[in-house]
Write a protein that binds this ligand. Sequence first.
Ligand code: PLP
Length: 376
Amino acid sequence: MKIPFNKPYFAGKEVQHIVNAAYWGHISGNGVYTQQCHAFFGEKYGFKNCFLTTSCTDAFEMAVMLMELQSGDEVIMPSFTFVSTANPFLLKGAKIRFADSMDEHPNIDLDHVEELITDRTRVLVVMHYGGVAVDMDRAAALARRHNLVLIEDTAHAIDAYYKGKPLGSFGDFAAFSFHETKNISAGEGGMLVINNEKFVDRAEIIWEKGTNRAAFSRGEVDKYQWVDVGASFLPSDLIAGVLFAQLENIKDIQRKRVAIWERYHAGLKHLEAKGLLGLPRLPDYATNNGHLFYLLLEDKKQRNEMLTFLNSNRVHAVFHYLPLHSSPFFSPQHSGRELHNANRFSDTLLRLPFFYELPLELVDMICEQVEKFYFS
Ligand SMILES: *Cc1c(COP(=O)(O)O)cnc(C)c1O
């Protein structure tokens, strides 16, 4: 049997919460479990304005609607990210200028962001790759200096911190994902966190299809009507029930995932010391949230050989993002600037199996296979 790359995990009460919601007779959006999830994020991470969505992609779409971008407005984001970071802006006719990664880490290289800013630039998006924080003091200073909306793509970054403060609390917006492949999962799901109060009232309306239903259900208005443009971003309370069951177990899930990460690191660091491969690096200001574990190989050829080797030895290893700037869809629009580090991480990065139920003995076995690649 092959060790899978990912395996969904039910932490305990997922099914019970689904049954409860059905029994209580409210399975559409914004029910008891949605509110419990929001309250959880408020209490644990201090996120005051949370909106569960059907995906992280939708959370981005909602943020973009709130920003009221004009056609031709420009957005800066890393090229080494998932398409969902980019797609929502294009729906609004914005123009994307992709930034490179740092030398040491796939995160956006803030040293070179300023060169990309023009008088049309409205938004800076940062993505915390592998849950490792971008330098948010610097990102926030850049955004402030140039009057940009700052968005954190926190799809990888639940329960991760920058200088002791949770990721998701720095941007005007943060977009979380609860997709099957993330630390905390509802199958599909997401959440928009809004830290800039000026967007909050309208967010509630857009979230509820352009109506004032949220205010109506709190008894603040006597009619429930169409008051703005909107969309349907709420997940069913059945999904929220699954998510809440995961959140109830977040300590255990995170403890386990960080233990897997550390076991990989301990098992492979001698290969890094010998200069045979690179391992994830953690700046002083960041924490490790056990989202993923990767190797950096010499070049694309060696990375692909390692992929073939591991996969033929029953370890399902995978590569990660193909840079967005050179994708079939975007490359005709790209200026031709070379994004050397984004290309390099795309060519040389390899991710190892990573999921809650992965036994530590199998982590050891995977490390031995990696070692065998060099010494057999
Ligand atoms: C998973 C992911 C997304 C999209 O999440 P969905 O919930 O599937 O829409 C966005 N950005 C990054 C960096 C991701 O890894």
